[in-house]
Ligand binder design. Sequence first.
Ligand SMILES: C[S@@+](CC[C@H](N)C(=O)[O-])C[C@H]1O[C@@H](n2cnc3c(N)ncnc32)[C@H](O)[C@@H]1O
Ligand SMILES: Nc1nc2[nH]cc(C(=O)O)c2c(=O)[nH]1
Ligand code: SF4
Ligand SMILES: [Mg+2]
Length: 285
Amino acid sequence: MPVTSDIDGDAWGSVGGDEADSTDGAAPGDDALPINELFASLQGEGTLAGQPSTFVRTAGCNLRCWFCDSYHTSWEPTGSWLAVAEIVEAVAARGPDHVVVTGGEPLVHDGVIDLVRDLAARGYHVTVETNGTIVPPPETPIDLASVSPKLASSTPTVDRPPAGVDPADSDVSDADLERWSDAHEAARIDRDALATIVSRYETQLKFVVTGPDDLPEIESLVADVRDRLADPSRLSDDRVLLMPEGQTRERLAETRRVVADLALEHGYRYTPRLHVDLWNDAPET
Ligand SMILES: C[S@@+](CC[C@H](N)C(=O)[O-])C[C@H]1O[C@@H](n2cnc3c(N)ncnc32)[C@H](O)[C@@H]1O
Ligand SMILES: Nc1nc2[nH]cc(C(=O)O)c2c(=O)[nH]1
Ligand code: SF4
Ligand SMILES: [Mg+2]
């Protein structure tokens, strides 16, 4: 069930960008969100790793990381339209008191703000997983902003096509890759947006690390964001997390020691990817 290209939340369109509106569920309206999956699992990443949580994964993203482990929310988005009240009901049925709103990029959808408000009003702890390019409206009740700014090593190219799918099952053309290479590169970092988010919310900056060459960009970005803060201590080194790139156990086995050693060397935190270790990042884990 492809979702329409307007869920990109931008003018770029999605791959094959003129799909018919053949979504399941409620007709898209002000109050509906395209949901790719909704499930309970353990938080696999970051400072709350291990915490039982319900994950709400929206479809649609304004970026196109080559390594995206959620291919069907970004490169070829699919999902069902659900009203915010239906999502809250589904979250209540799962049980955990922690909710992780993720995507795709959840903040491309205005309705996500209503969802976060409704969840917070019901007493849930709400984490928002975001790429840090979009600032939510002031006073949005986010308990943890889990921000993953995208480094140069995330940019797709013709030689670095999406890793999340068998090329035989992908409709991504070289023309799509060239278009997204430029669009991703232009949009992936917004230092002012990052500083605003850090100043307003308890924040972790969770960088996907592919190797040692990523560290200079992380260090200079962290310094630039600190420079923009009235209180630079809001972005202490223990709020900077290095996460190994890998959506399979095999790939993670290659990256995690390198990244753990880099965290130790630079004084940043290391975060595992528990769901990859435990379930090999199967759907709904
Ligand atoms: C699918 S993204 C959705 C939220 C948002 N679009 C973002 O990128 O932060 C959820 C998390 O998975 C991370 N991620 C995606 N693909 C990954 C990979 N291959 N290896 C490690 N982390 C990955 C992202 O950086 C982000 O922290
Ligand atoms: N278990 C588990 N933990 C996660 N933490 C962040 C995730 C995400 O995709 O945003 C994620 C995920 O997909 N699964
Ligand atoms: S920003 Fe997040 S959802 Fe979008 S392509 Fe990158 S990892 Fe995937
Ligand atoms: Mg994930």
